[in-house]
Design a binder for this molecule. Sequence first.
Ligand code: NAD
Length: 420
Amino acid sequence: MSKEVYNPYQELLSTIDQAGKKLGLNSNDYKMLKWPERELKVSIPIEMDDGSLEVFDGYRVQHSDSRGPYKGGVRYHPAVDIDEVRALAGWMTLKCSLVDIPFGGAKGGIKCDPLKLSKNELKKITRRYITMIEPIIGCDVDIPAPDVNTNAQIMSWMYDTYSMIKGHNIPGIVTGKPQIIEGCKARQGATGRGVMITVENLFNKLAKELKGVSVAIQGFGNVGMVAAELLAEKGCKIVAVSDVSGGLYDKNGLNISKIKEYLGPERKLLSEFNKGGVTHIGNSDLLCLDVDILIPAALENQITAEIAKKIKADYIVEAANGPTTIEADKILASKNIKILPDILANAGGVIVSYFEWVQNKESVRWEDEEINKRLRRLLTEAFNEVWKTYEKEHVSFRMAAYMVSLNRIVETKKIRGIFP
Ligand code: NAD
């Protein structure tokens, strides 16, 4: 599928349709999910450091709140557009339902290149964005969180801005905050930890050992780096990792802690990493390596039909949202390559966001150990539900996950009825 015709929201709708048919639902039962419930487009004017004025496009899309307040991250990236934000919001609705937490789905985005912005400019964009979307967000209404290129610092500015507008502290307005301002320490690594737990759940079902299993990871950010570290701890051999600048490969396994140490808090680029034994490879080379597990952890639309034909991994675990196109999905199925879908594999982040939100609302603090135990329990329950449907219905893991999730949303909608 070429980049021009790729539309992530249409891909999501098509998968929902397939799941609805498999479940034998009447299309009226889930028709409402095809339209996000509310969308806000804002134009964010910023006085840049050099005195010039720039205006950035910002979005907040609230896809569905039938199962709880809208919930979803905010992405800062040059490729952000309305269809991407709609798709990300829709995936959140399905993800929260699949792991059975009381949230609906939303997402936000600002079309900008954070690598070209100073800290001061980023802060101004963040504060102005929150001020402009303030009428539609709230601790019980819609709760933002981090996504690509947003982090705990940005969440702190969001929390502060919203609290200033309201005149008192409302920590539950965003999740992914630093621990010192009522964030949850485990949140930062939660998505990567969830990826590791999902891989463990799969290998447990297959009665296979993780020791020595080879893994390639595209995207070495918040999610990919933690997944790499935790899988290496479990004995996996991480043979390749990459970021936007390219990838590193070592058939004997990379030293993930050394790479992390080199990148530092300022997150240098992998292309500048020059240590013996490591070969530099391109991002599409990484996707086509002969490994046991491939983990896309960067952006959507990475595993296209063209790439899918060349993929040699046995399993794909989608840490990123929407990395595989529908056309690629079909090709991979014909090659018997199994995919653990995004709405299951990367749900660890929103699960721990839910825990952070509960703690903020109740002014309590849970230990990391308690949080990680609860995370594992919810993810494993969701995994087992998906596995049961996969075996019973003879469908892919993705279809099984959509069926479990959609069924729950439809049941909720039916019991609530439609107002008026
Ligand atoms: P991040 O900004 O921390 O990291 C993204 C990484 O991908 C960086 O290493 C970047 O250099 C790399 N990258 C960007 N474009 C690339 C390309 N074309 N090829 C290879 N690498 C590229 O973002 P993140 O928070 O780790 O998010 C990664 C993915 O995980 C996204 O799809 C996001 O929606 C999804 N996700 C994130 C969370 C979370 O808690 N942060 C939760 C669920 C899902």
